[in-house]
Design a protein. Structure first.
Length: 186
């Protein structure tokens, strides 16, 4: 069982959570180029997000545990990372609240489907793209360049649209999954 948990992909997922420590250090420490270093940590976290799924499929190491830990690592990394950005004044609170509320509702819906149907729901493509845009918002916000303000606003609102779209898809899965579960028990 441990061999199926500790795959290259799951180690990469866990590393995304571990990268929150150096991100916090660079965001809050008074060190030269701290924002550039923080951006570098974010890029590294984004690379692990791409690589974990790619390597799991490529190495035939897709596991139920990996299907849980990958999106959970995303939610933890994005949630904690955006909270840190609010604390340093790089991102507005309403945006972080939207990100966290959406992720908590998706997590609760996934737990409900797991409990009722014993099915582990997977991420949808609008959700994956939304996480990419949220990461881009975080990256642009931490760099805090006046010349990128227009781009930052476009990316913020694109991520909002994608978060809403992916949330609607998750709600549809939950609703259809609940109907299916009821019909299956009749």
């Amino acid at each position: 069982m441990l061999r199926r948990i500790w795959t290259i992909a799951t180690v990469l997922s866990f590393s995304r959570i571990a990268l929150l420590a150096p991100l916090a250090y660079f965001l809050f420490a008074d060190v030269p180029n701290n924002r550039v270093w923080a951006a570098g940590v974010m890029v590294l976290a984004a690379v692990t997000d791409f690589l974990d799924g790619y390597l799991a499929r490529r190495l035939h190491q897709v596991t139920d545990f990996g299907k849980i830990i990958d999106p959970l690592a995303d939610k933890i990394a994005v949630g904690v990372g955006t909270i840190m950005l609010v604390m340093v004044g790089a991102v507005q609170f309403w945006y972080v609240a939207l990100v966290i509320v959406r992720d908590v509702l998706i997590l609760l819906g996934g737990l409900y489907i797991k409990a009722k149907k014993n099915i582990i729901t997977q991420s949808n493509w609008p959700g994956k793209i939304a996480v990419f845009f949220i990461t881009l918002v975080m990256l642009l916000s931490v760099l805090n360049q006046a010349s990128l303000e227009g781009l930052t606003q476009v990316v913020i609102w694109t991520s909002v649209v994608l978060m809403v779209a992916s949330f609607v898809i998750y709600v549809q899965r939950l609703f259809v999954g609940s109907l299916y579960a009821k019909k299956g028990h009749s």
